[in-house]
Design a protein around this ligand. Sequence first.
Ligand code: PEP
Length: 250
Amino acid sequence: MRRALLAGNWKMHLNIAEAVDLARGVVEAAAGCSDRDVMIAPPFTALSAVAQALQGSQVFLGAQNVAWEAKGAFTGEIAPPMLKDIGVRMAIIGHSERRHIFGEDDAMINRRLRAALEFGLTPVLCLGETLEEREGGKTMAVLEAQLRSGLQDVPTGQAEQTVLAYEPVWAIGTGKTATTEQAQEAHAFLRGLLASFYDKNLAETVRILYGGSVKPDNVDALMAQADIDGALVGGAALKIDSFKRIVRFQ
Ligand code: PEP
């Protein structure tokens, strides 16, 4: 049985005081939800303060990206040990905004993922097709290529600790959600790929989150799908009322 994971990606929003306030709300929202995991990924500037706010709670601290080297001349990057140092447990990698706005390619994403694993951070590897790719019938080919290169040279023992997030690019921040059938189809396909790249046990262990306009009014239906193990939430994670309802999906 896979444990549900509800994750909030705060992107480039919130100052330190606002982030701490929201983090306290998430701690309250998650209290008593012992059957599921909750993660929040604030902007880097608020990580330390949010780490303090999460102390003693069951909420995991996440980063929105991670460098592939432990240290060195990499201006603007944050190394995995630096994140570990302030209590970060998970790292979002390959988000579509990193791929499409900042030009991160599959090879770079693979390096980030392997570094995260090497230093004991749980990577949340994001995958997803654009609208053009979906309309061109290329969704599954795109997902296969992204998963294959994302997990290249990742051994079974590390791959089973990786979390996947299926995030169709056309559904992120647009208010358009994939239908439950579209999401389930993509998740089942990804799980099948994991079985073929590794084995069935691993495929049954790895959590696959759905991301793309998850809201209080669609979270229950998405979470009811056999292969949807959680949600990666952008906009609706910035308001405590909506994120609380998502955390407490039924
Ligand atoms: C995201 O940023 O990963 C995301 C899914 O955003 P939103 O929930 O706003 O679509």
